[in-house]
Design a binder for this molecule. Structure first.
Ligand code: DAH
Length: 357
């Protein structure tokens, strides 16, 4: 009896965790445990001897049982103490300041541009970023062999093995939304399409994702004169300079005929760009009269309707208006940059409020 007692009390004292303790319990008091078996052995004894041995065995069993319970609660206490040490919290520390965000210049300029064109009667259209190559190219009068397809550094989506339809593309410009808008609304129409576009290109003035704004107006007798007025009106309001001067330069785009690139008069002095003065010209957009093939692809009869279209880079407009030198920083998600160039969250730009106010 004394041997059993010593053995199990010292094993209990040595158990380092609850699992070790449990195996001691099983070895002593489990169904096949040493103490349990000894108690079963009492059955074969003479009544007198059984009485004495049984009493002694009960004492040993009770002692081992209460040693187990005590050890178990000591281990639980130790585990709790350990956890409290790591979960300790200094409630007297001052709170960390919440990071303060601002409106990104691209969002701000998109809002500004939308507000200006809204006043000129343009609605807003949107289209998918993953576009069919028909919308992105063919419908815009850019056939398969046209050099523009390679010039645009297009990202092509993968097709399943054995599927030989032309792959979808990440739209390389917002022009495909022209087609979607025409097919949806028919003529007459007047809408802009701001949004993300993608090209495989990366340097100080190019990022693989950037933003464009497309615009078009279709009616019975729309002309280049309307286009000029519209863009001049836009630039005056956007750059907030009364004396803006635009220069229309003959150019070529597959989706317009005739086509013009538009430059804005500016000066660069001391690294400072000033719009509306000086001898410099800065290209800001492409435009023209919508090609009859494009109207046809949009389900509109070119014998009855004509229209103008234009496309510009939103990021570039933001750089020019707010003096931001590097395009790549636009997409770095650096809060310090955003605090410097960003805009107050509640100051929504309006044309009548003065956009930059
Ligand atoms: N899609 C042209 C580009 O990404 C921009 C453009 C030029 C759009 C002339 C037009 C346009 O609507 O008439 O470079």
């Amino acid at each position: 009896m004394d041997g059993l007692r010593e053995k199990y009390l010292s094993e209990i004292a040595a158990a380092k965790d609850e699992a070790a303790l449990e195996s001691v319990r099983l070895a002593a008091l489990g169904k096949k445990g040493e103490i349990s078996l000894a108690m079963q052995g009492l059955r074969d004894m003479e009544p007198e001897a059984r009485k004495a041995a049984g009493a002694a065995l009960n004492v040993v069993r009770d002692e081992v049982q209460s040693a187990l319970a005590a050890a178990k609660s000591a281990l639980a206490d130790a585990a709790l103490a350990e956890r409290l040490k790591t979960e300790w919290l200094d409630v007297t520390l001052p709170p960390r300041p919440a990071p303060v965000g601002t409106i990104h210049p691209v969002s701000q300029v998109t809002e500004e541009v939308t507000a200006i064109f809204a006043e000129l009667g343009f609605a807003v259209e949107e289209g998918p970023h993953i576009e069919t190559d028909w919308h992105n190219f063919d419908a815009l009068n850019i056939p398969a062999e046209h050099p523009t397809r390679t010039e645009m550094d297009t990202f092509y989506m993968a097709r399943a093995e054995g599927d030989d339809r032309p792959p979808h593309v990440l739209r390389t410009h917002t022009s495909p939304v022209q087609i979607r808008g025409m097919l949806k609304h028919g003529a007459p129409a007047r809408f802009i399409c701001p949004g993300r576009v993608y090209r495989a290109d990366y340097d100080i003035t190019h990022t693989p994702m950037f933003h464009q704004l497309e615009g078009l107006a279709i009616d019975r007798d729309v002309s280049m004169a309307n286009l000029k007025w519209c863009l001049e009106e836009f630039c005056r309001a956007f750059f907030e300079v009364e004396g803006v001067e635009l220069r229309f330069r003959a150019s070529h785009f597959p989706f317009t005929e005739p086509s013009a690139e538009v430059d804005i008069r500016c000066s660069w002095t001391g690294g400072q760009l000033r719009i509306g003065e000086g001898d410099g010209w800065l290209e800001i957009l492409g435009s023209g009269m919508i090609h009859p093939n494009v109207l046809r692809a949009g389900g509109i009869d070119p014998e009855l309707w004509q229209g103008f279209a234009f496309g510009m880079g939103i990021d570039r407009l933001a750089m020019l208006k707010y003096g931001i030198p590097d395009l790549r920083a636009f997409f770095d998600s650096d809060l310090r940059w955003l605090r410097h160039y960003g805009f107050a969250a509640l100051d929504a730009p309006t044309a009548h409020g003065g956009l930059g106010a």
